[in-house]
Structures are given as C-alpha cells and as structure tokens.
Design a protein around this ligand. Sequence first.
Ligand code: ZN
Length: 266
Amino acid sequence: MNRDTGAADWRPLHAELDRWGEAGRRIRLWLRDDDAIAPSPALDRLAGLGERFELPVLLAVIPMEAEVALAAALRAMPALLPCQHGCRHRNLAAEDEKKSEFGPSRPAADVAADLALGRQRLADLFGAALLPVFVPPWNRIDPARAAVLPGLGYAGLSCFRGYRLGAAGGPPLANTHLDIMDWAGGRIGRAPQDLIAETCRLLAEQRSQAVDDTDFGLLLHHRDHDATAWSFLDAFLAVTQHHPAIAPTDPRRLFEIAVSSPSPTG
Ligand SMILES: [Zn+2]
C-alpha cells in the first residue's frame, strides 16, 4: 500500500461523486475535530485548512482540560467552532462495556452534573462562541442520556456513523462517517487508498439505500495527525471541493443553529 497521498488513486471517488451528480443528489461535506485543549501548531494548521477551504470545523473541546489560552487563540480562528466534548474525557464505563464517559451504567444524576459542569466551564471560556452541541468521548452516549439533552439546552449531538437515538428521541443528530486515524495501528494516519475505498463504499451504500441528499462528516483529531493524515485531508478537500455533488457545509447548518457571523458556506 502506497502511503503517499500524492500517489493515491482518486478516480474511484471521482466516479462515485459523478454518480451522485448524475442523480441530482448532493453530499453535505463537513468536518469535526476532537480533543482540543490548547493552542498548538496543529491547531493553527487546522484553522488554516478551514479557512483555505472555506469549511468551518466543529471543534470538540474537552471542558475540564481546556486552557484559558485556547479561548484567546480561537478568537482569531473564526473557522473553528467550539463545542462540548464530554466533561473530563475519562473512561467511566463498567468493565464489560466499551469505553465511554456517558454510558448506561452511570447514574443519571452524575451524568447531568458532569454535563452541566463541562458546559459551564466552556461557557466561561468561550462565551457566545460556544455552540450548544454535545460530542461524547469515544462517540458513545447511552440513548436514554441523549434523550435529556434538549431539555438541558443542547441543540445538537454528534457521534460516529451507526449511532442512533433511542425511542425517547433527542437533539438533532449529525454523525461523522470517516475516521482518518488508525488508532489500533499506533495513532497514525490511515492509508489514503483505504480511506478512499471506505468513502466510496459508504457513499455507494447511502446512494442505494435512500433517494435524497446525505451528510458526510470527516472525523479529525488535530493533536494526533501525522504527515499522512494532514496530506490526506488536504488532498481529500482539494479533490472534492469543486465537485458539483459536494456541498461544503457549515456544521451549524446541520443542527439548525443560526449562523450569526458571516459564513462562506451553505
Ligand atoms: Zn475524544
């Protein structure tokens, strides 16, 4: 497998996008980046990417680890839109559960207290710039806990593909679909050709199973990106940005949050 993005074969993705275009359907492409806590060269790079591609990024910030300096930095980075990523980003799952901070085994009162604590901390840091969107660590939140989010003032929830709300409902949900990192393989960027193939598979599935437009979210982790991850991201956005089937999408639109500052995208 050639790990050099420049040598990746993007033709399968072009072909899939063309099929969407021929069907008159559009893909709302959007970006989410997790685990922000402080300014860094990687955060600068993420902000630059959002500006260059005119694609605002939903930035999931860990409340109890976030530094005051992050708030100051983000004031100069309008492409990065902070929201709440858990509370302490600690694994509090029972031993037989997958990692989670907001799983089914935690008492509801504890969950509510952590949600409020984290939200207050971020409100203190970011003020009106904080989006009322919740991103649970490890993309996991018990559907019964998600159901109470609207009553607590949350306008949106974002997890990973496959996550579904329960019968009790919840806030507007916008999942991400493609994780560009290989965690098990050593926290490295995944091979571009694998990511292209996975994107094509997911989009083809969606194309055959539904008839309308779709969302497609890229899941990023700027603190962990290596050269492979950054160059894939650059190439993916360059390849897709001008395709007529792609609608670069401000995440606020997904949650029907008013875009108060001028946004370059639809
Ligand atoms: Zn995280």
